[in-house]
Design a protein around this ligand. Structure first.
Ligand SMILES: Cc1cc2nc3c(=O)[nH]c(=O)nc-3n(C[C@H](O)[C@H](O)[C@H](O)COP(=O)(O)OP(=O)(O)OC[C@H]3O[C@@H](n4cnc5c(N)ncnc54)[C@H](O)[C@@H]3O)c2cc1C
Length: 177
């Protein structure tokens, strides 16, 4: 095994969208990485449980455990750790790429904005595409907090759309696209 390796660990199961992206996008060179490093750098249904310290304040390894998404924990995450699947990956550098859980509820509660709940603990503010206004007519929402987890192109599109609708709300009409 090469002394240098990149690993992609995801607590989520591999989604159909990722399989589609992998098939369509030649820039995601999973096969190349697999050929170079011996196996597919991606591992799914794995939760990072602990960062191991080298005693000098640097990360030395990442401890993980596999999770089962078929089992819900009452009041907890929609998966459970599988005992006996603990592993330790040596690591010099760890990048955290987290998200997809939706906007904060306290903000919505204070503003009187309705929240919609989805599978896996996801949530988003309730507002119609192209209108962007919520139960509180002075609150406009766009992007991930309106659609749920999505893409940058949608965030840009909806940000422009929300700006247009705010302008219409304030001025009575708008010239914005
Ligand atoms: C790990 C990961 C990988 C991704 N990869 C891709 C990809 O490859 N391609 C792609 O197109 N999309 C990708 N996305 C999705 C993309 O990042 C989002 O769709 C996009 O960033 C949504 O933009 P947004 O402006 O709606 O929200 P955000 O980018 O989340 O912006 C919301 C902003 O609001 C701020 N904020 C939150 N609460 C408050 C508050 N109370 N007060 C003030 N500010 C607040 C936040 O700090 C943040 O800056 C990825 C997302 C994640 C999490």
């Amino acid at each position: 095994m090469s002394p240098f390796a990149i690993r992609y660990l995801s607590v989520k199961a591999q989604c159909p969208l990722l399989r589609f992206v992998k098939a369509q996008c030649p820039l995601l060179r999973f096969e190349e990485a697999a050929a170079r490093f011996g196996d597919d750098p991606r591992a799914f249904c794995i939760q990072t449980a602990e960062f191991v310290d080298d005693g000098k304040g640097n990360v030395k390894a990442v401890k993980t455990i596999e999770v089962d998404w078929q089992v819900m924990t009452e009041g907890g995450p929609p998966f459970v750790p599988i005992p006996g699947t603990e592993k330790e990956y040596p690591a010099d550098l760890v990048f955290l790429a987290l998200g997809f859980l939706g906007p904060e509820h306290p903000v919505a509660d204070q503003l009187g904005v309705k929240i919609k709940e989805g599978r896996g603990g996801m949530s988003w503010y309730d507002a119609e595409h192209e209108k962007y206004t919520t139960d509180n007519e002075k609150v406009f929402v766009a992007g991930d907090c309106r659609r749920g987890q999505s893409l940058v192109v949608w965030a840009i599109n909806e940000g422009r759309g929300a700006a247009r609708e705010v302008d219409r709300y304030l001025m009575g009409s708008t010239d914005l696209p």
